[in-house]
Each structure stands twice: as structure tokens, then as C-alpha cells.
Design a protein around this ligand. Structure first.
Ligand code: PBG
Length: 322
């Protein structure tokens, strides 16, 4: 045999030298759930090791992450039912606790990268990402609401705005709204190819944000479609996105790869709540070695072509491997 691929696998030094994909803490974004109040740290039942935090305790958690070198965060609000309405008006209310928290976080940790969530669902009494009329999700009437939300978030100091709603034309609408308000330097991480997935379950538990009626199939993508992700990517690029996201990640590695091959913006992949929960549950049963399976999962997302990974394991990875 002239060729023996095993030669390059013989020692750790050789394997490290020829390793094609690497993961560092700079590639990770840590999702955090925020709730109004004080001294709250309540575990999300379906996502062990993740909590709903009140701001006072969240600041300590962010500090602990920063000490591990992890400095990218995406923040989601768990909003009281009484503050929700059909038009998600609380999302841009000046007293909104999510906006106040962002300001406090950026003041205390100016060097962190803080990413927002733009979508109506955490604030909507219908639990949908768009405006609901007669059971339909109305695209164009949703856009001005998203625009107001994005501008309020930019004002609060978020580094990147994260539209997760999948309405058509929202990246362009939000870009113009930000520019007109003077936030030309606030970037947009677009949830570009976001699928109508069953793997968001634990997240909806964390935020109590499940739709009250129907599902999200008229706006989130059909899991069967890959070419359509390229249509979405083309639109988002033309409309002014700074990052393209694929979501979920592990079950959509081919989509990540396709966007990587066909576009040039940085690609983010959202290793979603259900994908993380599966690993935790299997490990709890003793069916998987978590310490090996978790980094393998994250590395696979990188190998597929993602520059950055949003994962509930970010802090754990930083603590163990960075
Ligand atoms: C909603 C939103 C969802 C997630 C992020 N933003 C859920 C949904 O579309 O219902 C899911 C994230 C996860 O499961 O970890 N705007």
C-alpha cells in the first residue's frame, strides 16, 4: 500500500496537526432567558442546566462566562401574560425590562457582543411571530412592529439585532428603520433559513411562547426544503443582512453547507433547545457519554460550514475545553 491514511492518525501530535476544523470560544454564542423581577434563577424543566434569570443574577452569570472567555450572548425575554397583546406593544415600551436589561448589561460589560431577538411571539397574546387576523398571519402589517422593536433594541445598546420571525421583507424593513433612526452601525443577524421544527419545544416552555392556535408553518420553512434556503439567503443579502443563520443546526447540516458554498456572509447555526435537550436526556439515562458527544456535535456544525454556533452548551464548552 502506498497510501495509508492511518499514518496521520497515529499520535495526538499528528492528529492535531492535520485537524481540519477547530472550535474556539469565539465561535460560540450563549442564549440566555431573562425574566422580570429580582433574585430569580429558575431552571427550565425541559432544558436542564439552563435558567430563567432576573437581571441581578444574570449579570453574575455573564461575568462568569466572560471570565471563561465567552463573550457572545443572545438574550430572550419571558414576558408575563398580562403584558401581552395582539400587537406586541410591550416589545418597544420604554419601560420594557428586556430593553432596560440590555442597557445594564452593555454598561457593565461593554466588551461583550449582545444579540437581540426580534419577533412578536414573546409579547403576542396569540403566541405568533406575526400579527394574527382571522387566524391568518399578516406579513406586511407585522413589519412596522418589527421595525419599532428593532429600533428600541438598537437604542438599548444591542450590538446585533436578531430577527427570528421569518416575515418576508423584514430584513430590508428593519435595515431602513435602523438607518433612519441613526443606527447605521447596528448589525443584523438574520434568521435566514428557519424551519418549522419540532425541536423548539424546550425554548417555548422557557418563554411560555407557544402559539395559542395553529402552528408556524405558513412562515417558518418546510423541513423538506433546501433550495428554498438559497432563495431566502439571496433576499436577506440584498436586503442588508450582516449574518445568515440556519436553524436548527444538527438536523440541517446540509443547509449550512449549502449556504456556506453559495454565499459569502458569516454563517451562524442555531443548535436549538430540543437538539441540546436530546443529548442531555440521553446522557442522563447513561446512554451517551456527554463529555464526548457534546463537543462532537458542536464540531460537526463547524465542519458543515458555520462560523458561529448558538448553543445552550456554550458555557459548559468554554469551561471544559477552552
Ligand atoms: C421565536 C424563536 C424560537 C426560537 C428562537 N426564537 C422558537 C419558535 O420559533 O417558536 C427557538 C430557539 C430554540 O429552540 O432554542 N421567535
Amino acid at each position: 500500500m502506498n497510501q495509508r491514511p492511518r499514518r496521520n492518525r497515529r499520535t495526538p501530535a499528528l492528529r492535531n496537526m492535520v485537524r481540519e476544523t477547530r472550535l474556539t470560544v469565539d465561535n460560540l454564542i450563549y442564549p440566555l432567558f431573562l425574566v422580570d423581577g429580582k433574585k430569580i434563577k429558575k431552571e427550565v424543566k425541559s432544558l436542564p442546566g439552563n435558567y430563567r434569570w432576573s437581571l441581578d443574577l444574570l449579570l453574575g452569570e455573564i461575568e462568569a462566562c466572560m471570565e471563561l472567555g465567552l463573550r457572545n450572548f443572545i438574550l430572550f425575554p419571558a414576558v408575563k401574560e398580562s403584558l401581552k397583546d395582539k400587537k406586541a406593544t410591550y416589545s418597544y415600551h420604554p419601560k420594557n425590562f428586556y430593553l432596560k436589561a440590555a442597557k445594564a448589561i452593555k454598561k457593565r460589560f461593554p466588551e461583550c457582543c449582545l444579540i437581540s431577538d426580534v419577533a412578536m411571539d414573546p409579547y403576542s397574546s396569540d403566541g405568533h411571530d406575526g400579527l394574527v387576523k382571522k387566524g391568518m398571519i399578516i406579513n406586511d402589517m407585522t413589519l412596522p412592529i418589527l421595525g419599532k422593536m428593532a429600533v428600541a433594541q438598537a437604542r438599548a445598546g444591542f450590538d446585533l439585532i436578531g430577527p427570528s420571525d421569518m416575515m418576508d421583507g423584514r430584513i430590508g424593513f428593519i435595515r431602513r428603520a435602523l438607518d433612519q433612526a441613526g443606527y447605521v452601525d447596528t448589525g443584523i443577524m438574520s434568521y435566514c433559513a428557519k424551519y418549522a421544527s419540532a425541536f423548539y419545544g424546550p425554548f417555548r416552555d422557557a418563554l411560555d411562547s407557544a402559539p395559542k392556535a395553529g402552528d408556524k408553518k405558513t412562515y417558518q420553512m418546510d423541513p423538506a426544503n433546501k433550495r428554498e434556503a438559497l432563495i431566502e439567503a439571496k433576499l436577506d443579502i440584498a436586503e442588508g443582512a450582516d449574518f445568515l443563520m440556519v436553524k436548527p443546526a444538527i438536523h440541517y447540516l446540509d443547509v449550512i453547507h449549502s449556504l456556506r458554498e453559495n454565499t459569502h456572509l458569516p454563517i451562524a447555526a442555531y443548535h436549538v433547545s430540543g437538539e441540546c435537550a436530546m443529548l442531555v436526556a440521553a446522557a442522563q439515562k447513561g446512554w451517551l457519554d456527554f463529555d464526548q458527544a457534546m463537543p462532537e456535535a458542536l464540531l460537526s456544525i463547524r465542519r458543515a460550514g458555520a462560523d458561529v454556533i448558538l448553543t445552550y452548551f456554550a458555557k459548559m464548552w468554554a469551561a471544559k475545553y477552552s
